[in-house]
Design a protein around this ligand. Structure first.
Ligand code: GLA
Ligand code: ZN
Length: 677
């Protein structure tokens, strides 16, 4: 099963009419019609409403809400309501609340607060999902099921400890295997009974927080276990839904680059991916593109739903800047350009009280339609209606893969040494930024993905190399492709134990280098790196980590300029089969990363149409019938003038566009060009 079947890009978002008297529901309906809102997500936090006591289920309010939305012709993404448990549950069963990293058993409060291993929580959350599904499964307006909400966090209670031991038995089989994997002879940790194993927390293996652990193997397994434990909660509810709803797709809303949950392990269990886009600032266009691509890559390029974004402001940050005019529209189109087959907001009407009362909404507290935000939402609604089905199911024709790996992320950031300053996301973002600037259509892929269709594979900070990954990367190069990897790659196996070979471990033959030593320095220490030769050479800054490379056949394309390793390689390229294995041994500033990435791309003719126009993003989607859509997104606050890269019709304006003719995009402007060949 895949995405909900719809006739256009669903438009709307989270709606919580249960917070309001019914005369407000009527106002909302009129306003939704005016904004072409055709889809509502209902009931995300309804547990206390639909099950006010353990023996009492009461769907009377939700019935009216669902009936009303259906009667107005809206599609419903219906939640199971288990994102927050009700007070009576925590009171009757204190085990359902979580124990935190410091070992404190929490009492009732907040949301996303249930222990994933609690049998009571598992039973009652599944039972609620079962009843919700049974009640509304036959309603044709229900096009998707929304399980829980933004799964995340962690629990360290005794129930989780017991479940962890079971998980470990399953993973390692025997205590001998576990002791080997965790390297327990170090510091007298040899376990002789499963019950001796404790969750790694501030009370056990950790100091200075969750990233400082004495045993990376234990902490890594706990991260994997916690991600799996929460997945079990999702699967409990999904199975309960399936009893009465065999055909309606099930999702839960992800959070993009969210460290605690390994979405690659989750995604096969979702019918379709959805995610909530709350960028840290309004200068994150590249980061959002990366995250959309990551979400699309979770299910092999299948489109996803943008489940939430704010139309205007968030509330949870210390400072919550307003989306400037045109930004909400631009970012919505960016989502569509990268594979979103729905554009939904959190939220449709603002809460009156509690911590989200200042969170932006399509409809504010005064219920007006003559606000800037409402107007922009309504205009976008009209545009999406004009687009119709053109982009639904369309795929990204990527020949470049950027590898993203939660295990590498975890392993790198819980490691003592070489440097706490190297952050996985920062390294990935820098390489992605270079590809994005060059206008490359790319997939963000799991390390287990099929790499046989790619010309270029970029694997930044591929700290952990598992399974047959090294061979599959070699195969890319052998048939003429390029593989690019960086410092801190090829360091550890799946248990976070070092390879007993030269660094970069199994990536050695492909990269043709050997690394015996590395030097970590504070951010103030710069070692200049000279890239290229002759008149084209440039010098860029490198920081944080300097690996000292001894070529084993690789050609040197960049060298350090300072310190005792001045003149030694910082960037290399190795011929491997018909292609290349590249190695970047240090944290180059963006200009350096871009230089390397463009060298790689040059060999494969993969630049986008405007590689040298800053902040003009391009992205291609190919519809199931073969129609090519070229999205152009001007992220600048000024107009940009370029030459049209294709001919066809702009689906937003109906204007004809002719290749080679001048094309002007207004500030934050968007073109969706349906190309004619
Ligand atoms: C998340 C949640 C929503 C809401 C928004 C606010 O994405 O899923 O319930 O809290 O954040 O930004
Ligand atoms: Zn627990």
């Amino acid at each position: 099963m895949s995405l909900p079947v719809t006739s256009k890009v669903p438009f709307g978002g989270d709606h919580n009419p249960q917070q309001w008297p019914e005369d407000v529901w009527k106002q909302d309906d009129l306003l939704f019609d005016a904004a072409r809102i055709d889809t509502v997500t209902l009931g995300v936090f309804d547990w206390a409403l639909t099950q006010p006591a353990q023996e009492v289920y009461d769907f009377s309010v939700l019935d009216r809400i669902v009936e009303r939305a259906a009667a107005r012709g809206r599609q419903i993404c219906l939640a199971t309501g288990t994102g927050a448990h009700p007070p009576w549950l925590a009171r009757a069963y204190p085990e359902v609340t979580r124990t935190d990293f410091e070992g404190r058993r929490h009492r009732f409060g907040q949301r996303h607060n249930s222990c994933p291993s609690s049998p009571v929580f598992r039973r009652l959350s599944a039972e609620l999902a079962r009843r919700v599904a049974r009640r509304y499964a036959g309603n044709p307006a229900v096009v998707a099921w929304h399980v829980g909400n933004e799964y995340g966090g962690a629990c360290y209670c005794d129930l989780c400890a017991a479940a962890f031991r079971d998980w470990l038995r399953h993973r390692h089989g025997s205590l001998d295997a576990l002791n080997t994997a965790w390297y327990t002879t170090f510091w007298s940790h040899t376990f002789t009974d499963w019950d001796q194993i404790e969750p790694p927390s501030a009370l056990t293996e950790h100091w200075r927080g969750p990233d400082h652990t004495a045993f990376q193997g234990i902490t890594l397994d706990y991260l994997r276990f916690m991600s799996d434990a929460m997945l079990t909660n999702f699967l409990d509810e999904k199975a309960a839904i399936r009893e009465s709803s065999p055909d309606v797709p099930v999702t839960t809303n992800f959070m993009g680059m969210y460290r605690p949950i390994d979405y690659h392990r989750w995604a096969p269990h979702l019918d379709f991916v959805s995610w909530d886009n709350y960028p840290p600032d309004d200068d994150s266009a590249a980061r959002m593109a990366l995250t959309h691509d990551l979400m699309r890559g979770l299910k092999d390029g299948q489109p996803f739903w943008l489940m939430e974004q704010t139309p205007s402001v968030t509330a949870c940050r210390d400072v919550n800047p307003l989306k400037r005019p045109g930004l909400m529209r631009l970012w919505s189109w960016q989502a569509v350009a990268h594979g979103a087959d729905a554009v939904l907001f959190f939220q449709l009407r603002a809460s009156r009280g509690a911590c989200e009362k200042y969170h932006g909404a399509v409809i504010g507290h005064a219920g007006r339609s003559d606000t800037r935000v409402f107007r922009e939402v309504a205009e976008l609604g009209a545009e999406l209606e004009r687009l119709g089905p053109a982009s639904l199911g369309a795929r990204t024709p990527a020949r470049v893969a950027l590898l993203f790996d939660w295990d590498s992320w975890w392993a790198l950031e819980i490691s003592d040494g070489p440097s706490r300053l190297v952050r996985y996301q920062q390294v990935v973002l820098a390489y992605h930024r270079a590809l994005w600037d060059a206008g490359v259509d790319l997939d963000v892929a799991a390390v287990t993905a099929d790499l046989s269709g790619y010309d270029v594979v970029v694997a930044p900070a591929l700290h952990m190399v598992k399974g047959d990954l090294a061979q599959r990367l070699e195969a890319v190069a052998a048939r003429g492709g390029s593989v690019l990897t960086t410092f801190l790659s090829g360091r550890v196996d799946e248990n976070d134990n070092a390879f007993l070979t030269d660094v970069p471990g199994p990536l050695g033959p492909l990269t043709g280098v050997r690394v015996d030593e590395w030097d970590a320095r504070g951010p103030e220490v710069v070692n200049p790196v000279r890239l290229g030769a002759g008149d084209d050479r440039i010098e860029v800054a490198a920081r944080l980590l300097f690996e000292i490379v001894i070529p084993q056949g690789a050609e040197v394309l960049g060298t350090y300029r300072a310190d005792f390793y001045a003149g030694t390689p910082a960037v290399t390229r190795n011929c491997f089969g018909d292609g290349h294995g590249w190695y970047v041994a240090t944290d180059l500033e963006q200009a350096g990363v871009s230089w390397v990435v463009r060298q790689v791309l040059a060999r494969h003719d993969l630049l986008g149409p405007y590689p040298d126009v800053a902040d003009l993003e391009s992205a291609v989607r190919v519809a199931p019938d073969g129609t090519r859509l070229l999205f152009l997104l001007n992220h600048r606050a000024e107009p940009v003038r370029v030459t049209a890269a294709g001919s066809g019709v702009d689906l937003l304006t109906g204007d004809r566009i002719t290749r080679g003719r001048p094309l002007r995009l207004p500030a934050r402007g968007v073109v969706v060009l349906r190309e004619q060949r």
